[in-house]
Design a protein around this ligand. Sequence first.
Ligand code: PDD
Length: 289
Amino acid sequence: MNDSEQIVYLNGEYKAIGDACVSVLDRGFLFGDGVYEVIPAYGGKLLRLDSHLQRLNNSLDAIRLKNPMSGSAWAHMLDQLVQKNAGTDQSLYLQVTRGVAAKREHEFPDTVKPTVFAMSSVLASVSRAVAEQGIKAVTLDDIRWRACNIKTTALLANTLLRQQASDKGASESILIRDGNATEGTASNVFVVLEGVIVTAPVSPLLLPGITRDLVLELAAKHDMPCQERDISEAELRKASEIWISSSTREILPVIKLDGEKVANGKAGPVWQKMIDIYQQYKQQIRDGA
Ligand code: PDD
């Protein structure tokens, strides 16, 4: 799949990405007034579609926008996109904005149809060997608002924070608010403390990641001790392992934090076990189990 072949969905139509156009008065463009989802598809099968659609509903409710499509219509449209872009694992991106108003005004327009856009990109999962090399992360003050549970397209703070990591040669920022690690700019954060997997509890301070849920579920199923509780900055710094999780990056070990090695600077044994379990789970998705 290259860009010129990429077929996207816009407001009921499938078209080449270069032919998909949105008005400059779209509130997504003017205000970041929209929400989105990112859903992996392995072997053409969408991972945890119901959970993603539930989170989409929660985001839409939070911004007082009615879901413009039923669950089955979303499933059908995403499936069409998967088929039209077949050949590799895919990452399905969808977004709903409040639509195109007659003029730029902060209040919600009365009668406007939401803009619905979706596309599929190649999901190039990193190999086990590459994942094992881990990533570098930095810590930064979580300057975002207090509704981080909404998966909004208004991502300026996240992009600024991610760029700061990139400027320092790292690939994720772990965000600190009131002395606790909340999440990454586009990922959830896990630490291992005395053998226990710990992640911050769901709250308006972070996005309830679908991968995060899956990690917790798989840990429980395989008798790996885990807890949802606050992670202090001091705990983050003394953790024997740090991981980030997301739909596109799966689960990656952080081997350096702020330039210092995390433990011995190598992917840890708890991550090794979890990633094996996670890969088995993915295989079951591919096999249609
Ligand atoms: N982001 N936290 C934030 C702020 C995120 O943006 C994401 C995902 C996550 C992980 O959620 P999930 O496991 O459901 O992917 C946590 C996506 C991948 C993105 O913005 O591209």
